[in-house]
Design a binder for this molecule. Structure first.
Ligand code: IMP
Ligand code: MG
Length: 178
């Protein structure tokens, strides 16, 4: 498995520092507000768990599962909701938490969809962004790192459901998925 890894892209130390900083900023911005974090499964679950512990204001959490990828490395552009929210969102300030924004199609769909569901505000937070690959014009309020157009794994991100458990972010060798 380790043979498929090319190199470390973002170290554990750099991830930790960034996540802490983002949590602090979110805590300041949403002070006195009814914040609901929505983790987009599965990739965001580790980032969300760490981020939440750096949020110092009252906060709720829920999860959605969407699918646009299957086991390939290219977005199909079709977003299917596999698991919807348990909570109601009326009057809440929604912050979607994503692991990575690639084409932006997933987040674009979610934000549009939620704006019609009665939330007070709908914004997004992502640990990683691949700006070169953007297809949908989606605005992100909090962003950890811009990264190059490489396929990456670790810290919640998978390739064919594997590698999510790695605690740093790695570039996957091209021959591993080509
Ligand atoms: P988008 O709709 O193209 O922005 O897709 C975003 C989703 O694709 C992310 O939430 C990830 O699950 C997945 N994804 C995009 N790029 C990568 C990558 O480099 N490694 C692992 N998953 C990725
Ligand atoms: Mg994802």
């Amino acid at each position: 498995m380790k043979n498929d890894i090319e190199e470390v892209l973002i170290s554990k130390e750099d991830i930790d520092l960034k996540v802490k900083e983002m949590g602090k900023q979110i805590s300041e911005d949403y002070k006195g507000k009814d914040l609901l974090l929505i983790g987009v499964l599965k990739g965001a679950f580790i980032f969300l768990a760490d981020l939440m512990r750096h949020i110092s204001i009252p906060v709720e959490v829920d999860f959605m599962a969407v699918s646009s990828y299957g086991t390939s490395t290219k977005s199909s552009g079709v977003v299917r909701i596999m698991k919807d929210l348990d909570s109601t969102i009326e009057g809440k300030e929604i912050l979607f938490v994503e692991d990575i924004i690639d084409t932006g199609l997933t987040l674009n769909y979610l934000i549009k969809n939620f704006k019609t569901r009665g939330a007070k505000s709908v914004n997004a937070c992502t640990l990683l962004d691949k700006p070169e690959r953007r297809e949908a014009d989606v605005s992100v309020k909090y962003k950890g790192f811009d990264i190059p157009d490489k396929f990456i794994v670790g810290y919640g991100l998978d390739y064919a459901q594997k590698y999510r458990n790695l605690d740093q972010i790695y570039i996957l060798k091209e021959e591993a998925y080509n």
